[in-house]
Design a protein around this ligand. Structure first.
Ligand SMILES: [Mn+2]
Length: 421
């Protein structure tokens, strides 16, 4: 029996973007998460006494900020070497030679595949051949698999490749290839990388994206880890998913349909958070809350957005005892109920309320606004602006969302003028 680990998309020291720095936010835990997950990978390899570890690209997130990223990696490889375990890796689009200017010589137990042509490493005692080719530049547009050699009939053949395959939602096209093309090589296992969501593409032969080892933001949800593969008499007998992540991201939708008060909303948020905690396997849970549904409390929610966000953070602090963190609270509710009557009033106030409610920006006015806030954009700190969910005031959707808040504030003030607040 030969065991090996297949991992990809480690993105060591991937920077954090747009994280709120509020009291209790686990900034250090999240910052160190890609390293801790990699340490878990090394420990798993040692505990399971695997013969080797495959890393299918994007070990690094991009150019190293300093040599510490490389030093961390070589030290981990040293631990593998002490346990008699080797590692095989190809570069991906993020850590292509053109993307990383600093380097350290790989330790002797680590083989980095050529970027010029496919290369084959034969592990005769194990009866295994590993075929691979890395990315020389970020944008590899040709099908690298076409030039991979045919299988060695006497060995268990593994193809190591960073690729978008025939396209996956949310992933850019790199080294595209087809399942039929991969099959035509006659290998027993294709160890792919690039797609961050785990996916077993086929079992005859095995074609696997293990997903990344640690989710990096709210769109990379659920357990993250690697594949532990067992081979007997030249055939795969098991492919197991093993979690390695230390911070788990969760998208938590809370149905607040018909809620009439903020307290009711918080009750439902509390229940949803309890459920999310129960599914977190004891990991630090980072949650993006999405409040959804048609409810009478819609305008109040919008108008009290900051209060609502902090009540949710506070709830997380109470329920999670340090193991739960709210990344963001998104409001995706709509208006229904008692305020409808005020909106229907046949007088000047009713008219004003309706005109605020119906205020929409046509595209000409919207683009004018985008121009006006361009100046603001250049003054924002870069870590706030960058990343998948970066705050970019030149995005029309963001301006529309702000407009919804302004409308809610105005309606709230007019509807409850002279109230007890
Ligand atoms: Mn990647």
């Amino acid at each position: 029996m030969v065991k090996f680990i297949h991992a990809a998309d480690i993105h060591l020291d991937s920077p954090l973007r747009g994280l709120g720095q509020y009291e209790g936010a686990p900034i250090d835990e999240i910052r160190g998460a890609t390293r801790r997950a990699f340490e878990n990978l090394i420990q798993l390899a040692i505990d399971e006494q695997v013969a080797f570890v495959l890393l299918a690209g994007d070990l690094y997130d991009g150019d190293w900020k300093d040599y510490n990223t490389g030093l961390f990696f070589t030290r981990q490889m040293g631990l593998l070497q002490e346990a008699g375990i080797s590692a095989y890796l190809v570069a991906g689009n993020h850590d292509a030679a053109s993307q990383v200017s600093k380097s350290l010589r790989p330790p002797p137990n680590v083989h980095v595949f050529s970027t010029r042509a496919p290369e084959t490493v034969r592990l005769e005692q194990l009866g295994v051949a590993v075929h691979g080719q890395g990315f020389a530049t970020r944008a590899v547009t040709e099908d690298l698999s076409l030039r991979y050699p045919a299988a060695d009939p006497d060995l268990f053949n593994i193809g190591l490749l960073h690729t978008s395959l025939d396209g996956r939602p949310g992933h850019e096209v790199y080294a595209p290839c087809t399942l039929d093309g991969l099959r035509s090589r006659g290998y027993q296992y294709w160890a792919l990388g690039h797609v961050h969501k785990r996916e077993v593409i086929a079992e005859q032969p095995w074609v696997v994206f293990p997903g990344n080892t640690q989710g990096r933001h709210a769109r990379e949800t659920g357990a993250k880890g690697c594949s532990l593969v067992s081979v007997e008499a030249g055939a795969v007998v098991a492919v197991e998913q093993r979690a390695l992540d230390v911070v788990r991201w969760s998208l938590c939708a809370v149905d607040v349909t018909d809620a009439t008060t903020l307290d009711e909303v918080y009750d439902r948020v509390g229940q949803a958070l309890d459920g999310a905690l129960a599914d977190a396997d004891g990991k630090l849970l980072a949650v993006r809350l999405q409040l959804r549904g048609a409810c009478p409390v819609h305008i109040r929610l919008r108008a009290a957005r900051e209060q609502v966000s902090n009540e949710c953070r506070s709830l997380a602090g109470i329920l999670g005892a340090g193991a739960l963190w709210i990344e963001k609270v998104q409001l995706d509710t709509s208006q229904v109920g008692s305020e409808q009557a005020a909106l229907a009033r046949d007088d000047a106030l009713g008219g004003l309320l309706r005109s605020i409610r119906d205020l929409e920006l046509d595209s000409a006015r919207l683009s004018k606004l985008v121009e006006e806030v361009a100046d603001l954009n250049s003054k924002l700190p870069s870590d706030l602006r960058s990343g998948v969910d970066g705050f970019d005031p030149s995005r029309p959707e963001l301006i529309r969302d702000c407009l919804e808040d302004v409308k809610a504030l105005l309606l709230e003030r007019l509807l409850h003028a002279g109230g007890t607040e």
